[in-house]
Design a binder for this molecule. Structure first.
Ligand code: 5GP
Length: 125
């Protein structure tokens, strides 16, 4: 089921539970601003989710409400993870689904990092 990206933050969502340590995850990186872990149902050889530590529903919510430090910390973490995973030279894809038309399923901002093979066209046809 997709979500309404303008809804208030629901702290029972699965990524909130992962952040609280209530559900296990395969962590690849963590700092003050971000947590990155392997997607449970990978759609590429490398499929990592990066989430901010703060309670933000979506990219829309984060870009409107997050502090400069949170935004800088999160963006820098995404870049760091891509470099650390060796994705930069072969290339990778960064994707954030927002709301119903974006196909967002989990109402805590996450960006998908895909890599490890040529990724094909940007959108399914
Ligand atoms: P969305 O469609 O919201 O952009 O992506 C949600 C992603 O979260 C999906 O790729 C899905 O496989 C992943 N996911 C859902 N539940 C879990 C979980 O409990 N653990 C992990 N690691 N990934 C999850």
């Amino acid at each position: 089921m997709t979500i309404d990206a303008t809804q208030p933050y629901d702290d029972t969502n699965i990524f909130a539970k992962i952040l609280r340590g209530e559900i296990p995850n395969k962590t690849v990186y963590e700092d003050e601003y971000a947590l990155a872990f392997h997607d449970i149902a990978p759609q590429a050889p490398v499929h990592i989710l990066v989430i901010p530590k703060g309670a933000y529903v979506s990219w829309d919510d984060f870009s409107a409400r997050a502090s400069e430090a949170e935004i800088a910390g999160f963006v820098r973490a995404v870049g760091h993870i891509a470099r650390e995973q060796g994705l930069v030279e072969p290339g990778y894809r960064l994707l954030a689904n927002v709301g119903d038309h974006g196909g967002q399923e989990v109402p805590h901002l996450h960006v998908h990092l895909f890599g490890g093979q040529p990724l094909g066209p940007m959108l399914a046809r």
